[in-house]
Design a protein around this ligand. Sequence first.
Ligand code: SAM
Length: 354
Amino acid sequence: MAALHDKFGRAITDLRISITDRCNYKCVYCRTGNEGALYGDLPFEDYLRMARVLVNMGITKVRLTGGEPLLRNGVVELVRELAKLKTQGLKPRSNNGFGDAAEAAPFQNSHGSGEPLDIALTTNGHLLADLAKPLKDAGLTRVTVSMDAVDPDRFARITRVPNGYDQVLAGIRAARRAGLWPLKVNCVLMRGFNEDQIIPFGMFAREEGVTVRFIEFMPLEEGRTWAPDTVVTLDEILARMAEYRPLVEIPHGRSETARRYRFEDGIGEIGIIAPVSHPFCGHCSRIRITSDGKIRTCLFSVWDHDLHAQMRRGASDEELAEWIRDVVTKKEERHHIGEPDFVPASRTMVHIGG
Ligand code: SAM
């Protein structure tokens, strides 16, 4: 079977599956303070079948997300089942970005088929302390914890949850003890809420031995509060961190979303994910499945593609693969954040799966 790529020659190797759009946090950059309507979720067998079909098409990395994925009972079992899937040994030859037709088939067969799938999870960490070891034992490769302040009061103001800070910190430490390593901590910076946390997070990265990744705020929030000046940009983050300690850029892979930096003395690493000021759409290798089984080819898509409806009508795995291949050809070239023709995505982040 030919491996998956879009019409711009980008290899699609990275799948994100949202397993619920419920969340126990109401972070200011993501949600309003109110409980909104939910799209709902599916039995785990359905996500497993979707994953199996896509792994057979060249996906090498699956990230579980939400909503908050750890709210779903049985998530450890899901990871155990995913860990039984093996990649097809289809290695991307290049991810050449925009429209280079000369490399329109960016895969070549390697001899090493059957490698374990890379299984990652993004969580707010609230329930991680007890689940880190079972998840690791079940086959989870990596975890990313979202944490937007290293100060308990500020943390409560951002998440709208009192007393969450200590629990998340315990989750991070439990993940480390369980060997879920290297551990990434994601911090969305939003002006007026936490831009003063840049240096404290630099210290945190050094003290806890985690990679802290700052993410530029994107217009995917429920409250539609985004404006260009609410974004704390890569340049600003770097300038602020340099007041604390000198940084050295680490060379990074083309499809990596984060620019990486280490502190000059070799202790501690940070990353910056800058989709607004430095878009990386040309190297995007991702598609997403929402909790209700829709494929999204871009965070900023204005429509979904109903994979679960294809399953309900009784499509075989081969038919699903053909249908997915067609959907992937429709992957957007890039986002249009900040441009006059920007159209908001048809779903907000909590209902997509970040
Ligand atoms: N509940 C999990 C968590 O907190 O990590 C997974 C879902 S959450 C939607 C996934 C990621 O999206 C988190 O790192 C979160 O900080 C990020 N996120 C949510 N809204 C965002 C926005 N408007 N701009 C940038 N990142 C956002």
